[in-house]
Design a protein around this ligand. Structure first.
Ligand code: PLP
Length: 443
């Protein structure tokens, strides 16, 4: 296939890149031009092992033919159908098939285009639910420190990353409270899987109930495993305790599974892995193997029923997107689910988790390493920050790995890796050997 046409030389000026140091990037760009299975090819023709499943999203590997064929076929048959007061079969069928892998009880699905939209949709649905239920005073939304819930105003308000909110601080949502995060180097460093210390941190929700009154709290949103702030694995018993406190006070529990959904822990969702069922699950990324943007919220039927039945007539939820349930995304999603099933990729991820964990924890003896956290096919290696230069050491590791032909991600001083679920032992060896060499090379 001929390469995509580009102006020569390519101008990098016009595209304002997201979450990127634009000036530095444009001085020394890293451009990817093609991808297949476990590898990218960069603009210099070098093969790069994908240690991050793109951005935690290409769970079935790159450019998988069954998904591409479904997108092509759909694009040729019907490119778009209006999403308001009109429908098309693909969106209904995809929603139905999703319910076959969702935890029992979550069987109504609202579509958007991204994780951020899924989160904002879930927060709005929580508020709409309490209004429909005759308890409009329940409007407080509870998030958690060190949480990433995307970049909508809802997401950055309940999120817990100060740098993501500070440029917009004057206009964050007003009725929000936060739980503490569960990360503790003192108690939990180098634990494999779930740490044993920290379940009691869920009790902070009881404190918020005491402070604000249960009758004001609409919902709590947490990532079961916090991804973007460095793979923070929930302590044993923590999610169960959060669920119990929510139940006691009638608070909705939302799991943001944009990263943990679709096999990353070796189960369809983290809810299955931890055996804790929330009232809503937000998802995106692996939903379509990242081929066509899509996000979704799955909700308990009682939530859907309450909102839909409360309306005398007409539109029940004043929310939605032009591209909700877009035909290409629905086709991609259906083909992605089929591929996960045909290749048993979630089970495959589970069976690789032990090898993955051993390979990650072998880096414990590398210089600067102060913690390694692993669960499913996620590994996060936390480095001691340089004085006065937080993130610089890990970013240098990222650059060295890329030069050595391996793509990793960094967040602060944590190196995060989480590959497509088709990863082989040899890839895992190459990935961690490259990271170890890079860590040893940085000052
Ligand atoms: N929620 C979580 C847990 C995420 O990890 C992300 C993105 O990484 C988002 C929401 C936002 O997703 P998107 O970038 O598709 O808007």
């Amino acid at each position: 296939m001929p390469p995509a046409p580009t102006q020569n030389p390519l101008s990098l000026d016009e595209h304002w890149m997201p979450f990127t140091a634009n000036l530095a990037f444009k001085r020394a760009p890293r451009l990817l031009v093609s991808a297949k299975d476990m590898h990218y090819t960069d603009a210099d023709g070098r093969r790069v092992l994908d240690g991050t499943a793109g951005l935690w999203c290409v769970n079935a590997g790159h450019c998988r033919e069954p998904i591409l064929a479904a997108i092509r076929e759909q694009a040729g048959r019907m490119d778009f159908a209006p999403s308001f007061q009109m429908g098309h079969p693909g969106a209904f069928e995809f929603a139905r098939q999703l319910t076959t892998i969702l935890p029992a009880g979550l069987d109504r699905v609202f579509f958007g285009n991204s994780g951020s939209e899924a989160v904002d949709s879930a927060l709005k649905i929580a508020l709409a639910y309490w209004q429909a239920n005759g308890q409009p005073s329940r409007h407080l939304l509870v998030g958690r420190a060190r949480a990433y819930h995307g970049v909508g105003f809802g997401g950055i308000s309940v999120g817990g990353i100060p740098t993501n909110a500070k440029q917009f601080a004057p206009q964050l949502l007003p009725h929000v409270a936060h739980l503490p995060h569960t990360h503790s180097l003192e108690h939990n460093a180098f634990r494999r899987g779930q740490p044993t210390w920290g379940a009691h941190l869920a009790d902070a929700l009881d404190d918020l109930v005491a402070e604000h009154g249960a009758a004001t709290i609409a919902a709590v949103i947490v990532e079961p495993v916090a991804g973007s702030t460095g793979g923070l694995v929930p302590p044993v018993g923590y999610l169960e305790r959060l669920r119990a406190i929510c139940d006691r006070h009638g608070i909705l529990l939302i799991f943001d599974e944009v990263i943990t959904g679709f096999g990353r822990l070796g189960t369809p969702f983290a809810a299955n892995f931890f055996g804790v069922t929330p009232d809503m699950i937000t998802m995106a990324k692996g939903l379509t193997n990242a081929t066509v943007p899509m996000g979704a919220v799955a909700v308990r039927r009682s939530i859907y029923d309450a909102v839909v039945n409360a309306s005398e007539s007409g539109i029940e939820l004043f929310h939605g997107y032009t591209y909700s349930g877009h035909p290409l995304a629905a086709a991609a999603g259906l083909a992605t689910l089929r591929l996960y099933q045909d290749e048993q990729l979630f089970t495959r991820a589970a069976s690789l988790a032990g090898y993955w964990e051993d390979a990650a924890h072998a880096l414990r003896t590398c210089p600067h390493v102060i913690d390694i956290r692993t669960i499913g096919l996620i590994a996060c290696i936390e480095l001691e920050p340089r004085p006065e230069a937080t993130g610089a050491r890990a970013f240098e590791v990222f650059r060295r790995c890329f030069e050595a032909g391996v793509l990793v991600r960094v967040t602060g001083d944590t190196v995060a890796v989480s590959p497509p679920l088709i990863v082989e032992h040899a890839h895992i060896d190459q990935l961690f050997d490259t990271v170890a060499t890079a860590i040893r090379a940085v000052a």
